[in-house]
Write a protein that binds this ligand. Sequence first.
Ligand SMILES: [Zn+2]
Length: 59
Amino acid sequence: MSAAERQRTCAVCGGPFESGERTDLEAVMDGGVLYVAVHPCHSTYPPRRETEAARRLTA
Ligand SMILES: [Zn+2]
C-alpha cells in the first residue's frame, strides 16, 4: 500500500487526494525516516511544517 493510499489526505494541507491523483512523496525525519504523501504542488517544508506532519502521523 502506498503512502497516499494509507493517508488518503495531504500531509501539508490535509485535503483529500482525488482517486488516481498523482502525489509526491516526501521524507520526514522523526527519529527515523517517514515517507508522507503530499500534493505535487505542496511541500512539508519548511521544517516547522515537517514536524507538524510527523506529529500528525504518529499521534
Ligand atoms: Zn495538499
